[in-house]
Each structure stands twice: as structure tokens, then as C-alpha cells.
Design a protein around this ligand. Structure first.
Ligand code: GLA
Length: 390
């Protein structure tokens, strides 16, 4: 694909690119809707991702092209930065440039071509992937000297300030720091992380795309963030805490009556219990106990379904099927929810029959088919070797 991309670059811009980069997507093994509540999450980078080829130009213009989208953008460098333009994909790289300019860096004109194989809108972080690949590449190109962690924060600001989604830091972090065959146990308060060996021993990680077109996901997401803030403000008046995840289940049981609103109380209960599940899951994974890990995945899904209410009939149908199949250790929705993807731990030798049966089960109930991938856990953002340049 890289050579084909290089040819496409020449076709589009009439000259060769000078550098190429890759950033992955991510799945989250457990710890959902936890990052913006200051707790623990366990994501890993996947081998699907976004490729970016670039060449500087002398015209003080950014030219954005993608082989995935027909919309293009040519825009002059503006010393004051930019604001979001309509709803197109190029807001992500434009947002990165905006944040760089606002941080005092002076980018030069660049021609950029993207191509990605992360299914768009599937909850596998295609947006964090394009943000991080762009931030990483431009940081190198203009010699801005920004650390990888600060690039992660800059990309999060693109989501929060430029795009308007109040998301946490998990996706950008996983896309930047992912390591092959490893998961990360990230503390979203301190941003310290431990690498967890993802020894799946006889199992494969299946990624199952519901293929549901997500609607209202952004507004529902922001609504959940607000509900958590509401719970936090109430609990703070009675307990010393900065984040919801600073509470353990015992403290929560003692204080939950203070939250008058039933829905808000349910949201907070999910957050506190999910954070505890991540700690248990890390222990289970380190001990190679996939049965225990799988049970925690199911418990996580159940909580997202009934307490946090971010699942839906499509994701629930997938998890219900998994529960009925004894060759599956565990399954859950991954990412924000409202459609998108589920993950499942499936015994290697039964992967094909699992896929066939699940497709049929889902089609009978939902009316169309899901897409099932067996994913490899891959590396974070990187420059691609020069040998790929032609
Ligand atoms: C989205 C957000 C993340 C995180 C997850 C839910 O992927 O971008 O910050 O909140 O949802 O865990």
C-alpha cells in the first residue's frame, strides 16, 4: 500500500513526497468512560491505522487530500490560526495546525495525503489516529521539539477546543504510546502508565464492528460527561476527592444517597465500579487468567448497558451471542458506544465457527451483518522507513 500511496501522491501533487508516517487506531480492553473521570483504562494500539505522506511547499499553503474522502482543502497559513469548518474530515489536521500556531509554532506550507484502513465512525479512534499522525509529523518537520506526551495533550485539545467533544485522553495516548503485543494500564489523572503483557495464550482478540451508523453520539457523550460532573459536585461536598474515580466502592456505597437524581447516581456507580474492574483485570491478565479477565469484560458491558446506558441493541446482540458460546472467554463494547465496535476473546481454533455463527445470529436479529476482524496489537505512531519512498 505504501508504494501505491507514493504513486497517488505524485498523481495528486505532481511530485514525490519527502516523508511518511503511520499512527494506529486503538481498542480499549476495559475501563470505559473512565478517562475523563481520572481513573484507570487499559487500551492497546491496533494494526489498522492512518498513513500520512507529505512534502513541504513554498507557497505557504496547506493542501489536505485523503484517499478515503472526496472533500479536499487548500488553505493559506493564517497567523491567528483557524476555527472548525463545516463537518469535514480535514478539521482534524486543521485543528492540529491551529493548536500548533496557538502554542507559538510557525508551520510552513505542506502538501499532505492521508489514507486509513480504520473503519470510520466505528469507535476505533480514526480521529485520534489522524490527529496524532499529523501532530507527530509536523512536530518533526518544523523541529518544534514537543514531547510525545505534550503532542498527546495537544491532540486532546483539538477534540475538546477545536472540535467540541469533551473526550478524555485515552485515545490519543494509546495511539501515541501503543506497543506491539502490549496493553497499557494508564492512570488518566497522573498519566503514568504500565505496560501489560497481552499474552492471550490460545485466544484471539476479535473486533466486531456493528456497522451501525452512529447518530447523536457526540451530544450523548457530552451529556455523560456532564452527568459525571454533576455527581462529582454532589459527592465533593461530603468527601475529599478530585475525580469520581478517587472513590472506592465502599465510599460510594456510603455516599451515593446524596445524589438525588437516579440517572446521575447510576452513571457514577458505573464509573466507580468500572475503575475497580480495571485493577482486577490487570491482575488477571498478568496472571494469564483469561477466564477471570473475560468475566470482568462481561461485567463491564453489563454496566455500560444498564447503568451508563451507552450500549444499544446491536452491541448487546453481539455480547449476548458471545455469552452463549463457550469458546468465548469474554466480550464487551469498546470505545464510546452508541454503535461502533465490540471486542471478544475467542479461542483460536474456534474463531472461524465463531465468526460464521455470530454473523448469522446478528443478521437474523438486526437485519444486516457485522464485520469481524481478528486484530493484531500493534505499535504506536512512527515515521516510516525511507525505503518505502519511491
Ligand atoms: C471515546 C473518547 C475517550 C473515552 C471513550 C470511552 O473514545 O474519545 O476519551 O472517553 O470514548 O471510554
Amino acid at each position: 500500500m505504501d508504494n501505491q500511496l507514493a504513486e497517488q501522491f505524485v498523481r495528486i501533487f505532481g511530485r514525490a513526497h519527502t516523508k511518511s508516517y503511520f499512527a494506529p487506531g486503538r481498542v480499549n480492553l476495559i475501563g470505559e468512560h473512565i478517562d475523563y473521570n481520572g481513573g484507570l483504562v487499559m487500551p492497546c494500539a491496533i494494526t489498522f491505522g492512518t498513513y500520512m505522506l507529505l512534502a513541504p511547499n513554498n507557497e505557504s499553503v496547506f493542501r489536505f487530500r485523503s484517499l478515503n474522502f472526496k472533500e479536499t482543502l487548500d488553505i493559506e497559513i493564517r497567523p491567528d490560526g483557524y476555527t472548525k469548518m463545516d463537518k469535514n474530515w480535514y478539521n482534524y489536521p486543521l485543528g492540529v495546525i491551529d493548536r500548533l500556531i496557538k502554542a507559538g509554532h510557525v508551520p510552513q506550507g505542506i502538501d499532505i495525503l492521508y489514507w486509513g484502513n480504520i473503519p470510520i465512525g466505528s469507535g476505533l479512534s480514526s480521529s485520534a489516529s489522524i490527529e496524532i499522525v499529523t501532530a507527530y509529523a509536523l512536530n518533526e518537520l518544523i523541529g518544534a521539539g514537543i514531547s510525545k506526551l505534550d503532542l498527546v495533550k495537544l491532540a486532546k485539545d483539538v477534540e475538546n477546543i477545536f472540535i467540541g467533544l469533551n473526550s478524555g485522553i485515552m485515545d490519543q495516548f494509546a495511539v501515541a504510546f501503543g506497543q506491539k503485543d502490549k496493553a497499557m494500564q494508564l492512570n488518566c489523572d497522573t498519566l503514568n502508565y504500565e505496560v501489560v503483557d497481552c499474552n492471550l495464550d490460545g485466544y484471539l482478540l476479535a473486533i466486531i464492528n456493528t456497522n451501525k451508523v452512529r447518530a447523536l453520539a457526540e451530544s450523548k457523550y457530552n451529556e455523560r460527561v456532564m452527568e459525571c460532573n454533576e455527581a462529582l459536585n454532589v459527592l465533593k461536598s461530603a468527601h475529599r476527592m478530585q475525580y469520581l474515580c478517587d472513590m472506592d466502592t465502599k465510599d460510594f456505597a456510603a455516599h451515593q444517597h446524596l445524589i438525588a437524581n437516579d440517572i446521575v447516581r447510576k452513571r457514577a456507580k458505573h464509573v466507580v465500579e468500572e475503575n475497580v474492574r480495571v485493577k482486577e483485570a490487570a491482575k488477571a491478565l498478568a496472571a494469564g487468567n483469561l477466564t477471570a479477565f473475560g468475566r470482568l469484560m462481561y461485567a463491564s458491558h453489563d454496566s455500560l448497558r444498564h447503568l451508563y446506558e451507552v450500549s444499544g441493541i446491536e452491541l448487546d446482540t453481539i455480547v449476548d451471542y458471545c455469552i452463549s458460546n463457550k469458546h468465548v472467554a469474554g466480550a464487551r463494547m469498546t470505545g464510546a458506544g452508541f454503535g461502533g465496535c465490540a471486542i471478544a476473546l475467542v479461542q483460536k481454533e474456534y474463531f472461524d465457527s465463531f465468526s460464521e455463527e455470530l454473523i448469522q445470529y446478528y443478521q437474523e436479529r438486526i437485519g444486516y451483518t457485522p464485520t469481524i476482524y481478528s486484530s493484531l496489537i500493534g505499535d504506536g505512531v512512527k515515521a516510516l522507513p525511507q525505503t518505502l519512498l519511491i
